[in-house]
Design a protein around this ligand. Structure first.
Ligand code: IMP
Ligand code: MG
Length: 173
């Protein structure tokens, strides 16, 4: 592993400001009632934490995990569910919370399996999006930042399980 620190792409203050704005935007779309956040592990755990702390009103959370990647930086195209939710989604207002949408294959898969569980509404919030890499057209209702085709780490995102603890989004060089 290289000892060089990843270069800053989005610093902590920018992340905080944007995530607070996203939380307000989501709450405006659902002014009353309980929102149920489904966090996609592991990459989205810090985004979830900051998003719900910036949000008023009633909130519940659940976690799921799936993998489409090995230890490298390129998608295998195959998605596998490795941890399912603890509770059902029927009749709930559900927001999928994901770290980054790249090819879109992971989110496409998640949106399909969660929609089949009968939520009242199903929306998706992604901290980052790399639209130039999309292999499948998907709807992402809330996007934190649109970025170029660079492999990014930090603030929950990893490269081979490293760098999740960086307080900013960085680029590996
Ligand atoms: P997709 O299925 O190609 O859209 O890939 C989505 C998943 O790949 C994300 O949830 C991440 O876990 C991972 N991923 C994609 N791009 C990056 C990146 O630049 N850095 C770290 N993880 C990434
Ligand atoms: Mg992920």
């Amino acid at each position: 592993m290289s000892s060089a620190k990843p270069a800053v792409l989005i610093d902590h203050d920018e992340l905080s400001a944007r995530i607070t704005a996203l939380a307000h935007e989501i709450r405006q779309d659902f002014p009353t009632g309980q929102l149920h956040f489904v966090c996609v592990l592991k990459g989205a755990f810090l985004f979830l934490g900051d998003l719900i702390r910036a949000m008023d009103g009633h909130v519940t959370i659940d976690f799921m995990a799936c993998s489409s990647y090995g230890a490298g930086t390129s998608s295998s195209g195959e998605v596998r569910l490795s941890k399912d939710l603890d509770s059902g989604l029927e009749g709930r207002d559900v927001i999928i919370v994901e770290d980054i949408v790249d090819t879109g294959l992971t989110l496409h898969y998640l949106q399909e399996i969660l929609q089949a569980r009968g939520p009242r509404t199903l929306r998706t919030a992604c901290l980052l999006s790399k639209p130039s890499r999309r292999k499948i057209a998907i709807t992402v209702d809330y996007i934190g930042f649109t970025i170029e085709d660079k492999f990014v780490v930090g603030y929950g995102l990893d490269y081979a399980e490293q760098y999740r603890n960086l307080p900013y989004i960085g680029v590996l060089e």
